[in-house]
Design a protein around this ligand. Structure first.
Ligand SMILES: CC(=O)N[C@H](C=O)[C@@H](O)[C@H](O)[C@H](O)COP(=O)(O)O
Length: 224
């Protein structure tokens, strides 16, 4: 079946761990991906060449692959260069996601989208505003993700999750994925009702440190 069709209306789980996390090693990312699939995820979002390669051997669902590479002179870090695109595509990502914000960037969005298409992969442009989404689609991206709303200097005050952005994307028939700062099943459902192709959840499922902190903070607040 067509990959985007297989994900329509479904849950994708982002399995990522910060360098400081006890879950950073590839074996843990693989375990998170397996657990996500066991729990009903229809796809996974994975960072890093080694991790994508290992997860590709472990699960059969589609993989959204990214790299996170810091760039000199730019805040763009999600799959920022053509080499990143090539290396993540080569190890088995089905969809390659990349930063498509209008910040200073090493490679134009159109070049990244063109390279992903040349490699016969699906391109997912991570954006933070409606205007960035319009430009990414015009530049050839297959779909956009709301991933970076709240993370660019001009969206730091955007609501979490950013349902207003989702509604604006739906109103213009821009194919979009709901991703970023979704913590409740009801929020995921609302995103799908607005028109998201599928939903990507990360921290609320795969970052036990953040999940723990949420409970710990609530309990500490109540004890005060
Ligand atoms: C901003 C950024 O770098 N987002 C990253 C993109 O891959 C990940 O760190 C997020 O965990 C992912 O987008 C899922 O979002 P959330 O963890 O909020 O459900």
């Amino acid at each position: 079946m067509d990959i985007l069709e297989s994900l329509r209306g479904r849950l994708v789980v982002s399995c990522q761990a910060a360098e400081t996390s006890p879950l950073h090693a590839t074996q843990h990312i693989v375990a998170l991906a397996r657990a996500a699939v066991q729990g009903g995820a229809h796809g996974v979002r994975i960072e890093g060449v080694r991790n994508v390669e290992a997860v590709r051997q472990a699960v059969e669902v589609p993989i959204i692959g990214i790299t996170k590479i810091a760039q000199t002179g730019s805040d763009v870090y999600i799959t920022p260069t053509l080499d990143d695109v090539r290396s993540i595509a080569a190890v088995g990502a089905d969809i390659v996601a990349f930063d498509a914000t209008s910040r200073t960037r090493p490679v134009p969005v159109a070049e990244i989208a063109r390279e992903i298409a040349r490699l016969d992969k699906i391109s997912m442009a991570d954006i933070s505003t409606l205007e960035e989404a319009r430009q990414a689609i015009a530049a050839g991206a297959n779909l956009v993700g709301t991933t970076l709303s709240g993370y660019t200097p001009y969206t730091v005050d955007a609501p979490a999750p950013d349902f207003a952005l989702m509604s604006a994307l739906a109103a213009e028939n821009i194919p979009f994925v709901a991703e970023g700062r979704i913590w409740e099943p009801g929020e995921a459902l609302r995103a799908l009702e607005i028109g998201a192709r599928f939903v990507v959840i990360g921290s609320a499922i795969t970052r036990p440190d953040e999940i723990t902190r949420r409970f710990a903070d609530a309990i500490a607040g109540a004890a005060r």
